[in-house]
Each structure stands twice: as C-alpha cells, then as structure tokens.
Design a protein around this ligand. Structure first.
Ligand SMILES: C[S@@+](CC[C@H](N)C(=O)[O-])C[C@H]1O[C@@H](n2cnc3c(N)ncnc32)[C@H](O)[C@@H]1O
Length: 199
C-alpha cells in the first residue's frame, strides 16, 4: 500500500470513528479486484481513506458519503492529494437523505456509517448494487455483542445489528456470509432470486 496512505490510516485508526481494520480493507480490495469493480460507494467515508485505497487499486470511480463536516473536508483534501480528480464524488450530508437521491449501479458498496441505520439503508444499497455486485457491511458483530451479551447501554444497537443480519440472510436477492474480520464483516452478493441456495 502507498506509504502516505498507510500513515494516514494509522492516524485515522486512533480516532473515535476509526478507519476500517487492515484485514477488512485487504478483503475489500481483493473483492474489488475479483469483481473488476469500477464503481464504488462508501457510506460513512470518514476521511475518505478506504475510497482512496479503492481508487489507487482499481483506477475506478467512487461516491463517498460523509456527514461530519470536518471529516468531509479531510476526505476532500485526501482525494485531491491522491489525485482522484473526477473519479471522486464526495457527498457531504446524512446518508439517509442522500442515498435515495443516488442513481446508477455500483459494483461494490461499503456500508460503514451509523450501525443503527443499516436496516434503513439496505433498501437503497440493494437498489444501487448491480447483479453480481457485493455489499460489504462493516462492524456487524461489534465486540462480540451481537452474538453474545452486550453491555446494557449497547443492547439496542446489538439488537439493530441482529435484525440487520436477519434481513440480509433472509433476503432472496442476497447471498450473505459473515466474516470475522475487524469487528465483523457481512459480505452480501446480489443474485437473481432463483439462484439463492437453500441453507
Ligand atoms: C467508522 S467511520 C468510517 C471509516 C471509513 N469508512 C474508513 O474506512 O476509513 C464512520 C463514519 O460514518 C460517519 N457518519 C455517521 N453518521 C452518518 C450519517 N448519518 N451519514 C453519513 N455519514 C455518517 C461518521 O462521521 C464517520 O466518519
């Protein structure tokens, strides 16, 4: 990986809303390569470092959505710094409001915004994913809370994520597996309904 990008990621991993885990990014980039992905959507882009990594790997286009103005400003600066140019579209604002306005199809979507909203975002993620494309949902196991016993304050969030995982696994248009990468990564490929295997 580009040394400057690695250094920025190390800094961004120390923050309250950290950059994704190295193993998660490796899996994402491998998936992008396998899919020959040329259109990427990142929901909750932080400083834009995962989108930059996608761009450096594939040369493809991406749309990055980020609500926090200071992080969005850093993402804008990073897109400029890494020469993303017209390949980058930064949408600053609430993903819940912006996602319904997007059109076209994406090969790969990285859902890494507010975990309590994943269920709400799923409709648009599916709508925006091409058939055969992959939705990666990050942090779906959250410190073991989703499959185990969460602290009292986190029960609601764990329940949201359990419901989200239920929605993914029961969706006839998605084939989903959950990988123990980072805090849990759900990998959902969009398939024609008749191709879904019985589980
Ligand atoms: C875990 S961080 C993202 C890390 C980034 N995906 C990466 O890999 O470097 C989650 C981000 O979601 C953003 N976020 C939170 N609520 C949001 C919302 N409603 N719409 C868009 N972004 C949101 C936060 O500001 C934060 O930057």
């Amino acid at each position: 990986m580009d040394a400057a990008l690695r250094a920025l990621r190390e800094e961004a991993k120390k923050g309250r809303d950290p950059a994704c885990a190295d193993e998660t990014l490796d899996y994402l980039l491998h998936t992008a390569e396998t899919l020959h992905a040329l259109r990427f959507l990142e929901i909750g882009a932080g400083e834009g470092l995962t989108s930059v990594a996608f761009f450096l790997k594939t040369g493809g286009d991406f749309v990055a959505i980020e609500k926090d103005p200071s992080r969005a400003a850093r993402a804008r600066e990073n897109f400029r710094r890494f020469g993303c140019g017209a390949h980058a579209t930064l949408l600053e604002g609430d993903a819940g409001k912006l996602l319904p306005l997007l059109s076209g199809k994406f090969d790969l979507i990285f859902l890494d915004g507010p975990k309590a909203q994943y269920r709400r975002y799923l409709f648009d993620c599916k709508r925006l994913l091409r058939e055969g494309g992959v939705l990666l949902s990050d942090d779906v196991l959250l410190f073991g809370w989703v499959r185990g016993e969460p602290p009292k304050k986190r029960r609601m969030l764990a329940e949201h994520l359990r419901e989200y995982l239920g929605m993914l696994s029961s969706d006839p248009e998605l084939s989903t597996k959950v990988l123990e990468l980072g805090e849990g990564l759900a990998v959902s490929q969009k398939i024609a309904p008749e191709h879904k295997e019985e589980s």
